[in-house]
Design a binder for this molecule. Sequence first.
Ligand SMILES: Nc1nc2c(ncn2[C@@H]2O[C@H](COP(=O)(O)OP(=O)(O)OP(=O)(O)O)[C@@H](O)[C@H]2O)c(=O)[nH]1
Ligand SMILES: [Mg+2]
Length: 402
Amino acid sequence: MSEEETKSVVIKDFFKRSVIINELDEALKLKPDSLIGIDQISSDKLVENNVKNIEDLAKLSIETLPTIEEIPPKILQKWVKIAQVLEKAIREKIKTHKKILMIGLDNGGKTSILAILQDKFSIIKSLLPTRGVKREKLDFFGYPILSWDLGGQVQYREKLYFNRPELFFTEADLVLYVIDTQDNDRFAEAANYFRQVLKALIELNEFPPIHVVLSKSDKDIRTSLEWQNNVSAIKNKFNNIVGEYENLVISYSDTTIYQKETIMQMFSEALKLVSETSEIIENILEDFTQTIEGKASSLISMDGLIFGSFTSSDIDEALLNNTALIMQTLSNFHSSIGLTREPSITLDFPLNGFAIRGEKLFEYSELKIPVYLWILSDNFDLLREKIDYFKQQLLPLINLFL
Ligand SMILES: Nc1nc2c(ncn2[C@@H]2O[C@H](COP(=O)(O)OP(=O)(O)OP(=O)(O)O)[C@@H](O)[C@H]2O)c(=O)[nH]1
Ligand SMILES: [Mg+2]
């Protein structure tokens, strides 16, 4: 399938099956109830209020939503966001790939992280310092990505990147700034480089989301006071730098190449910053969790990308996500020895009065990667009844995640 055709299919997934779309541009002129999740009565109410089609719906502003009788504001907000994503996708014909910049001092662990992400475990041992910039096209969880790994040795930092910043720092969709948490002698140097990168971006009028990767957070040292002090020192330094600029926010994740799941969680957090649809996915997960009276839910691909989570407690979220990632590793192992993949996986904690269950929802991208909806709950009675409704809403959003 050509990229154009793939995209039409992705967009058609937003519409009810009975709706026939010949030209994508016409799709925005359809009545609101041609979208999955909008019923006819609500659609008629929208039309009465001059929201005649999907284009009108996308034009509403989330901040100043009109009050429409019988449509709760939260629901209307969700529909507006979906209409906006759809409009953008149709108008832009979707950019073909996202560009991710990996930046940080030499020896920080950038190339190693990219290697682990691609399951290239055996090359780690023989990695050499990256010479200049290494560009690579990756199939990132089934999404096309271009990674730019900027070698951090001093000669490149001093003589290359800042002499021609427009060649390196433009059109990035995401910046991952990698810092070695074990190398406290170089925190000041790392912070200094970070400041230079920020300055270059701002001068170029580029404002990609920035995620700081606290690398080499190996399991055996994480409990040590020294490592914890190191992390606090890094966050202090970096937050101070960011504080000098208005409206600039950064987030952090810690990783170690010895636990692939830390790298998957870091990428999931970072990609959520880039995603157009992650916020809507999380709204839908909230609605779902409340509808089935669960404690937490997460949508995770079999290769470990966490599209979104909902919970009212961070402990429940950590419990659910970590359990789900390990159960998925187990399921992948079972599949590798020839067992059929189970559509539903459950782990029971009878003494604690709850269970964790993963339901396979669908497969996405040309790689046919299974996606599971994971739920932490003490009662799964409502799940069977409601799951199809949410599945239909989530699929198109996953296809447009990046
Ligand atoms: N203990 C530990 N060592 C790591 C980890 N990640 C990377 N390393 C080691 O750190 C060294 C440098 O890793 P690279 O990935 O080459 O670093 P880089 O940031 O790409 O360096 P440049 O290409 O010079 O900018 C290698 O010896 C890795 O094995 C980690 O999570 N824990
Ligand atoms: Mg490197």
